[in-house]
Ligand binder design. Structure first.
Ligand SMILES: CC(C)(COP(=O)(O)OP(=O)(O)OC[C@H]1O[C@@H](n2cnc3c(N)ncnc32)[C@H](O)[C@@H]1OP(=O)(O)O)[C@@H](O)C(=O)NCCC(=O)NCCS
Length: 368
């Protein structure tokens, strides 16, 4: 800022101090003094990820917080900074909509929001996908996750989202996250079972053939899976991020079985009870005939490392896939709920209709 003719130094000081006052006001607006029974008052600052200038610090902090909060879950990604760097480049992930809470100079709570066109029955609607909701154990039960979700929902509405989607583990009675989401208006739209198969993977079927992730294949996959609810429109950017511009630790191969069934096979280390284990996540199973057959599953299993545990996320609505998985010795190991929050009338109408088949975007549940 420069002094112009006629402005005294006092005026200039005045401008500076009013700017400082505005900045302070803005900081106070974002602050939330949280008082918890028996605990000291803590000064929290709610910020969007876009407001954090140092991307390297943010990536590292997100990886650390993710490791701390999800480390005990089975079958989740090993959240290294390189994973976070790749994941936060997910097309549609909006730093201005992603939310965090700072306590001093630490990130203590966070969530991601990705805006993506998603099919719901007959409509393609703008969906705000929320994931990786996490609060540092020392800062829980102070309303941080609720505050972040409130801000995220407000941001999604402003950003033109028709609805919001998130996945959470199902338990009986429902666990804290599910109750939290329900209290904000999310409701379970469909269930997704996690099927796993431990090695060895002996198979009479020949291995599937690796195919190149070109634009033609993208159209094939879209033609086979794109009519399902939950389908994320597979444009070039999403295809590139998922299939081409991959993270080295979690490479993905596109495989075609003899009967033409396609699948994406991603190998890497996932966390299992605090330990790292070799996993192969088989996703986007797309059968030419409509139904995935056992033989095709066996040929995908033949392509994975011998010591890897195989994982498939199977929508409860996909009964034929569940049967085929059970027939080749996969067993169900936990269930996730796909929860929706309609934000527009168009979404309310579609959410009220039950859809027959659900598509699960594996990155929203496992991260790969
Ligand atoms: C789930 C999680 C993000 C909640 O974070 P948080 O900042 O403690 O949540 P909040 O303080 O905003 O609490 C939200 C609600 O959950 C309830 N709640 C939170 N922790 C609870 C607990 N341990 N027991 C019972 N209820 C609890 C509170 O009643 C609160 O509702 P209220 O606002 O009506 O009081 C946190 O526990 C966490 O990081 N868990 C591990 C990671 C995870 O599972 N994430 C969700 C993945 S889908």
């Amino acid at each position: 800022m420069r002094l112009t003719n006629g402005e005294s130094f006092t005026d200039f000081r005045g401008v500076i101090s009013s700017e400082a006052a505005l900045r302070e006001e803005e900081r106070c607006r974002k602050r939330n003094l949280s008082h918890v029974r028996g605990h000291a008052v803590t000064d929290y600052e709610f910020v969007s990820h876009a407001e954090i200038d140092n991307r390297e610090w943010l990536t590292r902090s997100l990886a650390d917080l993710n490791a701390l909060t999800f480390g005990h879950y089975r079958g989740v990604i090993v959240p290294s900074p390189s994973f976070m760097d790749w994941y936060t480049r997910r097309p549609g992930m909006e730093p201005a909509l992603c939310q965090g809470v700072l306590a001093g100079d630490s990130l203590v709570s966070s969530l991601f929001v990705t805006l993506a066109p998603m099919r719901l029955n007959t409509e393609v609607l703008v969906c705000g996908i929320v994931d990786t909701v996490m609060t540092h154990p020392d800062h829980r039960r102070r309303g941080l996750a609720r505050g972040l979700l409130d801000r995220a929902v407000g941001g999604m509405k402003k950003g033109g989202a028709d609805l919001s989607l998130l996945y959470t583990a199902v338990a009986d009675p429902p666990a804290v996250p599910q109750r939290l989401y329900e209290s904000l208006g999310y409701s379970t739209y469909g269930l997704v079972d996690r099927f796993v198969k431990a090695p060895p993977h002996l198979s009479a079927a020949g291995p599937a053939a690796t195919v190149s992730p070109d634009a033609e294949l993208r159209c094939h996959v879209e033609a086979r899976l794109g009519t399902r609810s939950g389908w994320l429109v597979l444009d070039e950017a999403l295809w590139g991020w998922r299939r081409v511009d991959r993270l080295a630790d979690y490479p993905v191969a596109l495989e075609r079985a003899r009967d033409g069934t396609l699948a994406a096979v991603c190998c890497g280390r996932l966390l299992a009870g605090g330990q790292q284990q070799l996993y192969a996540v088989v996703s986007d199973l797309a059968a030419a005939s409509g139904q995935v057959r056992e033989e095709a599953l066996c040929s995908f299993l033949s392509t994975i490392p011998t010591k890897a545990t195989a994982t498939v996320l199977c929508p409860r609505s996909d009964i034929s896939l569940a049967h085929a998985l059970e027939a080749v010795a996969f067993r169900a190991a936990g269930t996730e709920a796909a929860m929706l929050l309609p934000l527009s009338d168009a979404a309310k109408k579609q959410v009220a209709r039950r859809s027959s088949l659900w598509y699960v975007a594996v990155e929203s549940v496992i991260g790969v």
